[in-house]
Every structure is written in C-alpha cells, then in structure tokens.
Design a protein around this ligand. Structure first.
Ligand SMILES: [Fe+2]
Ligand SMILES: [Fe+2]
Length: 271
C-alpha cells in the first residue's frame, strides 16, 4: 500500500496548500490511504466540522488530533458523528469520540489509525505505551488490519523514539507530530516499522511554529502577553511522510514530503 501522512495543518495558509495539493498527490502517487493531522487547522487551535469535511473531501481518509483536539467546542459533538476524526486514545475515560479506528482504504484494505499523546512536557494523560498494547491486541497487523498508522503527538524526541521501538514490527508507521518542524531521521526500524520523530507542520514556516512571529517574540522577550496568537498567513509548506508497505503490512520504505513555501522540496523518489 501507498500511505501519505501530512503533519499538523496550521490555519488558513496550511489549509490552502493542503486543499490544493492533496487531490493532486492522491492521483500522482496513486495513494491508497491518507492521514492528516488537523489539530491546528482552525485558526491554529482545534478543528471545526466544516474544516474537517473540507480536509476529508480533499482526500484525507483519517484526520488525527492532539493537545488542541477540543479547542473548538463544536468538535466535542462533531467527533461523535465523524468516525474519520480521531483524538488521542489516552485521553481520560469518557472523553468524546474515539482514539483509534479501522478505516477502509480506497482499494478495500483495512487501516488501523491510532492517535496518542506523549506525556513528557505535556498533559498528564494515561500511559500511551500501555494503551497502544491494548489497541494492537484488539487489532493485530495482518489479522485485524492490513496496515497500521500511529500518530504519536509528543514534545520529547526521546519519548517518540522509545515509543517507536516499543511497537517496532507491530505497526506500519509511527509518525511524530506536535513540534511543527520536520526531523531528518525518517527510516524503517529493524522490525519493519517506518518512523520519523516529527513530520513537521503544514503551514507558513516564516513564523514561530506556525504563528505570527511578533506575539511569541514579545512573550519570550518581555514575559508579557500582548495579544492573541494568530497563524502566519504567508506561503505554506506541506510537510509529511510517504510510506510504502509490503505484504505483511510492514514498511518497505519511507520518504519525507515537503512541498511549497520556504523549505527545501522533498518527495518519494520511489513512486
Ligand atoms: Fe500541532
Ligand atoms: Fe500539538
């Protein structure tokens, strides 16, 4: 299978390049399944029904979230009705929506998608290492699903790397999100799981993690908030990873994807 994961879409600039590029990439690379992290899609904070529908219509099979999952209150209700929209699976019991789902790819294959959050420098959630064990026991790769994609939304690279080795050989892809800058450590781990510490954001990089520079600079230099954080509106870069899986659902190869904006372009040479 051919999978594409797109990192945190930030605000209008991020949505613009995603909606422009995703239909083209789906066709050009003959993608079987696309996952988009949408936790910052609505003005940098959360997601709305209209935006989620736009992303799905553009070609996303699943939309994952993170610590900003419920910044837009309508998501609390909408997520119950939208099986393609996933919030972190290790949220407290009783949180709306679901953190994992088996979603059918265009060709009929079943893809397990799980969203989890790390706990280092983040909210104190349930143990993601224990939680993924439960999810994978319930839906083993090659038995309950044909591919498995884990969006591990975390701040610390150490936790992301440890998590990837924890599930190596049991899932197709562990992709880190949340730090909003692409890392260069994409590779297939010894057990056959593709991994990258962070996919990077889909947004304007002439910014501080997607936000207009002035306000973060003011806060860092004076410690006095002077206004709201607003997404930067310059030309955005679409960032993510392309992954090809083999017969057992494990990864054959992974490549970074960077299209548009200020970052150096990258794409899968193997397609
Ligand atoms: Fe984010
Ligand atoms: Fe985040």
């Amino acid at each position: 299978m051919r999978l594409l994961f797109v990192g945190d879409v930030v605000g209008r600039a991020g949505r613009a390049i995603l909606l422009e590029q995703l239909p083209l990439l789906r066709a050009r690379w003959a993608l079987d399944f696309v996952v988009v992290n949408g936790e910052n899609a609505a003005g940098g904070f959360g997601i709305t029904q209209a935006i989620c529908e736009e992303i799905v219509e553009a070609g996303a099979d699943a939309v994952t979230l993170g610590n900003h999952a419920f910044d837009q209150r309508e998501a609390l209700v909408y997520i119950e009705r939208q099986p393609r929209l996933l919030r972190p699976a290790n949220y407290p019991r009783g949180a709306p929506g679901r953190g994992a789902g088996v979603i059918e790819a265009r060709g009929g294959a079943r893809v397990l998608v799980v969203n989890l959050m790390g706990r280092i420098f983040m909210d104190a959630l349930d143990d993601p290492f224990a939680r993924i064990g439960q999810e994978l026991d319930a839906c083993p790769l090659g038995v309950g699903c044909d591919a498995a994609v884990i969006d591990f939304h975390a701040e610390a690279t150490s936790e992301k790397q440890a998590f990837a080795f924890h599930v190596d050989g049991r899932v197709s892809l562990v992709v880190g999100t949340h730090t909003h800058a692409p890392s260069a450590d994409h590779r297939v781990l010894p057990g056959g799981t593709a991994f990258i510490s962070d996919a990077g954001m889909t947004g304007d990089y002439e910014s501080v993690i997607g936000m207009e520079k002035a306000e973060p600079l003011r806060r860092f230099t004076t410690k006095i908030p002077g206004g709201r954080l607003e997404p930067a509106l310059g030309a955005a870069t679409l960032c993510g990873v392309a992954v090809e899986t083999g017969a057992a659902g494990l990864a054959r190869r992974i490549a970074p994807v960077r299209i548009g904006g200020k970052l150096e372009a990258a794409g899968p040479g193997f397609w």
